[in-house]
Every structure is written in C-alpha cells, then in structure tokens.
Design a protein around this ligand. Structure first.
Ligand SMILES: [Zn+2]
Length: 206
C-alpha cells in the first residue's frame, strides 16, 4: 500500500523539505546558529494547509523587468521574493515559503523561469515547487525543473530542487545571467539599469 507523504514546510523559516510520511525531526535551517527554534517548539505545515488558512501570494511590479512577491498573512520571517525577467526567462530570487496557481501564472506570463537563487540559506522557501512548475529548457520532456543556484562556499544545507543545483562563486558570472554578481558574504543579483529611452541590454548565458 502506498504511503501518503507531505512536503513539510517549517513555520518559523518557511523552508520546504522533501516529501515524507512524517515531518523531519528538526528544521536544519532553524537549528543552525544563524536562525532559531521557537520556545514553543518546532512547527510544520504544508502548502494545502497554508492555502486553507487564507495565505495568498501576490506580485507587485516595482519597475519594468522587476517584480516583488509577497505572502499574506506573513509566513516564516516574512521575506519577499523578487523576479527579474529577461528575454530568455526569469530569475526568481529569495522565494518565500508559499505559492499559488495565480502567482505561478504571473511568472509564466512573463516568460517563465531560467533559474532560482537566494541570498541567504534560510531564504529557499518553496524553491522546489517553483522548480517543478517550470521544467528546465535543456530537459524538456523529462520530469525535472529549472535549476537552483547556490552560493559556493555556503556551508548551509541545500534545500531540494527537481532541476538540481548549481554552485556559483566567481563574479560577475552566474549560472544564468552574465550581469549577476555574488560575494561570499552577501550573494546578490544585479542587472542593467534601464536607461531612459534605451532598451534593456541583457547578457544571458546558460
Ligand atoms: Zn525552519
């Protein structure tokens, strides 16, 4: 008989774990010295439960080519996600711990995803779900997802991704966008600023 499994999400940090019949014994992100476990103990949830509680994921366009993703009511540490769109697809930065079909459609209408990356180890959110929703262009037809970029040298646990992970370390090179940059202390993603009257100039490699 098949065992029912759930992809558990930590309520404190919003990171999601691989499907399992029972929640992990601990959240490795919150148990790490840079995060914390609440005095009331570890709590787990999942996407269906969060939807039933009334959580929504909404996008706001901050400027052409840059959109902000927010989850309401706040989840985890309440961080926002960012979507940078390029002619070849988008880069999702610091995904929160929740998504819904409407938020996925927003990204799809803007060209889908080339990849996902984050600035800190506790900001992975539901990157595995985002990865699964957007099959990688080099693996079309196979069960996979867009890849997740992880800052090289980061000793924090790597959360799962159907498309696998790619470490990046040298600046100004990233797995997807030639203008993205990173440093060991503060991984970041940069892109050309749109000049008045000029078309954005993207440099995207894969
Ligand atoms: Zn956690």
């Amino acid at each position: 008989m098949a065992v029912s499994t759930t992809a558990w999400i930590c309520r404190t940090c919003g990171n999601r774990y691989p499907p399992a019949a029972v929640p992990p014994s601990a959240c490795v992100i919150c148990a790490e010295e840079r995060q914390y476990v609440p005095a009331t103990g570890q709590e787990w949830t999942n996407l269906a439960a969060l939807a039933a509680e009334g959580h929504t994921a909404t996008w706001t366009e901050l400027e052409p080519g840059l959109s902000e993703l927010a989850v309401r009511p706040s989840l985890g540490i309440g961080h926002r996600g960012l979507l940078v769109t390029t002619p070849r697809g988008g880069i999702l930065w610091d995904p929160p711990g929740y998504l819904d079909d409407e938020s996925v459609e927003y990204v799809r209408e803007r060209g889908g995803l080339l990849g996902i990356a984050r600035s800190h180890p506790h900001l992975c959110g539901v990157q595995d779900e985002w990865s699964a929703r957007f099959p990688g262009p080099t693996d079309a037809g196979r069960p996979c997802g867009c890849r997740v970029g992880t800052p090289a040298g980061c000793s924090a646990p790597t959360m799962p991704s159907p498309g696998g992970t790619t470490a990046w370390s040298s600046r100004p090179v990233s797995p997807w966008c030639g203008r993205a940059a990173t440093s060991p202390a503060a991984p970041c993603c940069t892109w050309p600023t749109r000049r008045r009257g000029a078309a954005p100039s993207w440099s995207v490699t894969r």
